[in-house]
Design a protein around this ligand. Structure first.
Ligand code: NOJ
Length: 735
């Protein structure tokens, strides 16, 4: 401890940091730095092995780079002791002792793993989201990580894209609320406070719309589409105070974002007033060459720097080229100062100049009881009950349960796509969790995720016959979720379908537990089962969270944040699609010349916002308190919601708005407010929902982000099919 204090004061003294005003401190530090040291701060290096020993390209060892002050940030260190060692090296051995900013992908938990983010968004519970981010930050900080590359703010309506698991689904409004809650959870009120970490808004921008759902593929979208559906989520996270942004791999309007000044400067700095720093994605500066917009590394570095990219992740292109650009007069040292300022500012804000060792060294903060409880709560709330035909759930304690399938007792499969720091052995499987609640649970693997196993199906069938009910885990492994995991089929793999058919033929009731990081085609599964519960990849507390629901201790409350399509051919599919001149009059229509498929309905199998509980809710008495809305005024809507069943349960009351006539084509309807309410059996509650005036704005035909006066329809109810409606008008500005 004493050593740390001495070292920390040494940094402050060495840097002459007696200045209280952060900007003055940073300016005075910049004044002391050589050009090389400044460029070093714009360089992020990587280790994925745990210990950094490998050379940087150009034969400079990492060790040497740190000593020379050529390394502003390191990502990927998985060993807490190594973080401390490298920080010591930077502080003790580099000329100015500037601390390193250690970053990592803490995406859905650090040690205590939460469900994949798509599941987290299905809670529709912003307090729960914030709690998850708090726990992640606490553990990351305890580990030594001061910067997470999260939240992912990429809206996506295409389940082929593997990274839908990392986002919050197809809807802009819900994704924006989740993103801001995550930023607040990570960063807290003050980055200097204990256990807070820097958030990174990614992947800016439009990364969630790759053509054909293929990761890293080209993106081509209209500017109004970008402004209306994609930009608001990044904006919400930035408005919540996120200190950094990651540029995306894709191109936008034909210019890779890494070199896209319109996005990185005009939109981010000018329109969104973002004051933090922008880091590239992995090696993306050099990828400008393969994109075909730069002939060589030098040109790539110049394009990225001029576009407004502050930090180069992994490529080393800034380190090798920026100095020469200054000598050649292509950029000035002042430009470098401007780029380095927000990086140093972030380190200052995090308190690293006061104490470079404030992160790390607190192993006792992992897996705290409260953190495990939060992980259990979030996992439970993330699970979505899609069907329950005859009310088979919850199960009686005396039920003889056959737990079958490839994900039933696999700790590793509970982790999900991002688990760099995860310890799979700490995950509680479905089998372990259910055994705590039910005395008669037996298990059979049945098959592997994509392979039959000898005797597997016969064993599963025999177990099903000896049981009262089958809980059948089906789905996709973690490796088929997340980055570089795009699929052209979102069906349940053949071997698992075979298992389902065999088990279902026994005539025993079958409840499918769907383990997945993306929406899937469940058309056959819906027919062959009695109930379907989407569990996602639920994280460390998978088993207890599942048992909470199966036992009836809690009623399911998750609601889909992405539509589950009828089949892959419907993709991309979103409830908030735009209106056309030839809408389909009804799902049953056979009329040919309207916007429809000949071989499938337009509607998904399970709509956005849907999800059942162990009770039913009825809605009545919708009223709009101010049907003539003045400029700047929120729309206040009230509705009575009744729990008509026999158990206490949580309902997510959803409000959608349709802009009846506008200067551009508008969506059929859009989510604009939601509230969660806990109701006892038979209880009625009046729920108030407020639509913010600014949330009625869109990118109009005048090329402005504004609210147009005129008539709007409001729908309130259980999901995006809500039919109870009302109307309001927005008055012209001068009335
Ligand atoms: C590439 C991914 O696209 C990004 O999300 C991640 O943060 C970086 N790699 C760093 O691991």
């Amino acid at each position: 401890m004493r050593k740390t204090i001495i070292i920390a004061s040494a940094v402050v003294l060495a840097l002459g940091c007696t200045e209280n005003r952060p900007d003055a401190f940073v300016d005075s530090l910049i004044g002391k730095m050589t050009l090389e040291e400044k460029i070093g701060q714009l360089n992020q290096i990587v280790t994925t092995s745990g210990d950094i020993t490998g050379p940087l390209e150009g034969s400079l060892s990492t060790y040497e780079a740190i000593k020379k002050g050529w390394c502003g940030s390191i990502l990927g260190v998985r060993n807490p002791d190594e973080i401390q060692r490298l920080q010591h090296l930077a502080v003790d051995s580099s000329r100015l002792g500037i601390p390193i900013l250690f970053g990592h992908d803490i995406i859905h938990g650090c040690r205590t793993i939460f469900p994949e983010n798509i599941g987290i968004s299905c809670t529709w519970d912003m307090e729960a989201v914030k709690k998850f981010a708090r726990v992640s930050a606490t553990e990351a900080a305890a580990f030594g990580v001061a910067w997470t590359f999260s939240p992912m703010c990429d809206v996506c309506a295409d389940a082929r894209w593997g990274r839908v698991s990392e986002g919050s689904g197809e809807d802009t409004y819900l994704s924006a609320r989740v993103a801001e809650a995550m930023v607040r959870g990570y960063q807290g009120e003050d980055l200097r406070a204990d256990s807070t970490i820097l958030a990174c808004v990614k992947h800016f921008a439009a990364y969630g719309a790759p053509e054909a759902g293929r990761d890293y593929n080209t993106v081509d979208m209209s500017w109004p589409m970008f402004r209306d559906k994609y930009l608001p989520v990044y904006k919400a996270a930035i408005d919540a105070g996120a200190g950094s942004v990651m540029s995306s791999f894709n191109d936008f309007e034909g210019i890779p974002v890494t070199a896209n000044r319109k996005l990185l400067h005009d939109v981010l700095r000018d329109s969104l007033a973002f004051g933090g720093f922008v880091v590239s994605d992995w090696n993306a500066v050099k990828e400008l060459i393969r994109h075909g917009v730069a002939a060589d590394e030098k040109e790539a570095a110049l394009l990225a720097f001029k576009a407004g990219l502050n930090m180069d992740m992994v490529a080393g292109a800034y380190l090798r080229n920026l100095g020469a650009f200054v000598s050649e007069g292509l950029i000035s040292e002042k430009d470098i100062d401007a780029a380095v300022r927000p990086v140093l500012q972030a380190k200052y804000d995090l308190g690293l100049f006061d104490d470079p060792f404030r992160y790390g060294g607190k192993a006792d903060r992992m897996y705290r009881q409260g953190s495990l409880e939060s992980a259990r709560e979030v996992a439970r709330k993330s699970m979505v009950l899609l069907t329950d035909k005859a009310g088979i759930l919850p199960l009686k304690e005396s039920s003889r349960i056959a737990l079958i399938g490839p994900f039933a007792d696999d700790k590793k499969e509970m982790v999900g796509a991002w688990g760099a720091m995860a310890e799979p052995e700490r995950c509680v499987t479905f089998l372990e969790g259910l055994k705590e609640e039910f005395p008669h649970v037996s298990y059979s693997e049945g098959c592997a995720p994509r392979k039959e196993i000898p005797g597997g199906i016969a064993d599963a069938v025999s177990l099903a016959r000896r049981s009262d009910v089958v809980l059948l885990t089906l789905g996709l492994p973690s490796s088929e979720s997340g980055e570089a995991a795009s699929l052209t089929s979102i069906s349940i793999p053949d071997c698992q379908k075979k298992l389902l058919r065999a088990v279902s033929a026994t005539g025993k009731p079958v409840v499918i537990l769907l383990v997945t990081g993306r929406p899937m085609d469940l058309s056959e599964e819906k027919e062959l089962s009695d109930a379907i519960l989407v569990t996602w990849h639920p994280g460390t507390m998978a088993g207890p969270a599942l048992a909470d629901l199966i036992s009836g201790e809690f009623s399911p409350s998750g609601r889909l944040s992405m539509s589950f399509p009828e089949n892959v051919g419907q993709l991309p599919i979103r409830y908030n699609q735009k209106r056309t001149g030839r809408p389909k009059p009804s799902e049953s229509t056979t009329s040919k010349y309207c916007s429809r498929y000949v071989d499938a309905p337009n509607k998904p199998l399970f709509v956005f916002g849907s999800g059942l509980s162990y009770t039913d809710f009825s809605y009545s008495n919708l009223r709009i308190e101010n049907p003539a809305v003045k400029a700047g005024e929120d729309v206040v809507v009230k509705i009575d919601v009744t729990n008509t069943g026999s158990v206490v349960a949580e309902e997510t009351v959803q409000l959608y708005v349709k802009d009846d006539v506008a200067s551009r084509t508008r969506p059929e309807r859009e989510l604009k407010a939601f509230e969660k309410v806990l109701l006892n059996a038979g209880e009625t509650s009046t729920v108030e929902l407020r639509v913010k005036y600014q949330d009625l704005a869109f990118f109009t035909a005048r090329g402005k982000w504004e609210v147009e006066s005129g008539d709007f329809t409001v729908f309130v109810g259980h999901d995006s099919d809500a039919s109870l409606s009302g109307a309001f008008s927005v008055l012209p500005e001068n009335r």
